[in-house]
Design a protein around this ligand. Structure first.
Ligand code: SF4
Ligand code: SF4
Ligand code: FES
Length: 233
């Protein structure tokens, strides 16, 4: 066991009070996650700490936060790893950026992230006629979209996208990566229409400034900027 000090950003919009920092010292094995630390602080010291989580295994994408200023999954960041980036030996945890804070470490994913995912029609519009049996898809074609399929919708890339800071209407890295998942799928009937739509939208394809932030932020190797470059080709 080892002691770690967590510095948590607290904010309750309904209280009418400004955001503030809260410190808690927790006691856990260093290989356990920052999420486990937050949950221990909530269980031992303050049951009102707001954090969203579910799988605790980097699968559901619900525990996105900023740790020491960098976007990360709280359940996928070991305490000992977080200590390496800690200032004055304190692990700082705050909500993700570019999305409104609902409470403490919980942001409103629907207001920004999910509305943009819906914007790109995130489902297959199949070609006609529908084959009697399954579609036969070339192996290389599916390999091409596999990277974008790895997305767990955590919002870490959205949190750090510099273009979204300047233009909140920018469709953004996660939604454009999702768009490529269908543009690159040979079974989709709307390949050209999807590309024209994204290219003509003033907040679409060409709003990305190639800052690489989304590539650095993504815990699943989706590399959204690379998917955007593929859409542009
Ligand atoms: S590379 Fe483009 S999409 Fe990715 S974070 Fe930067 S501006 Fe946003
Ligand atoms: S692309 Fe990566 S960082 Fe962005 S939402 Fe998907 S998994 Fe998260
Ligand atoms: S709790 Fe599911 S990804 Fe962290």
């Amino acid at each position: 066991m080892a002691e770690f000090t967590l510095k948590l950003r607290r904010f309750d919009p309904e209280s009418g009070e400004a955001a503030y920092w809260d410190h808690h010292t927790i006691d856990l094995e260093p290989h356990l996650s920052v999420l486990e630390g937050i949950l221990q602080a909530r269980a031992r010291f303050d049951g009102s700490i707001g954090i969203r989580c579910s799988c605790r295994a980097a699968i559901c994408g619900s525990c996105g936060v900023r740790i020491n200023g960098q976007p990360a999954l709280a359940c996928h960041t070991h305490l000992e790893q977080a200590m390496k980036g800690a200032r004055d030996g304190v692990i700082e945890v705050e909500p993700m950026g570019n999305m409104p804070v609902l409470k403490d470490l919980i942001v409103d994913m629907d207001a920004v992230h999910w509305s943009k995912i819906r914007r790109v029609t995130p489902w297959l519009i199949n070609k006609e006629p529908i084959p009697e049996r399954e579609y036969i898809v070339p192996h290389e074609a599916m390999v091409d979209v596999t990277q974008s399929m790895a997305c767990i919708q955590c919002g870490a890339c959205v949190s750090d996208c510099l273009s979204m800071e300047v233009d909140p209407l920018f469709i953004g890295p996660a939604a454009l990566a999702k768009a490529y998942r269908f543009v690159g799928d040979p079974r989709d009937a709307q390949h050209t229409e999807r590309l024209n739509d994204l290219a003509q939208d003033p907040h679409g394809l060409f709003d990305c400034t190639h800052c690489f932030k989304c590539i650095e932020a993504c815990p699943k190797g989706v590399a959204p900027m690379s998917q955007i470059m593929r859409l542009r080709r």
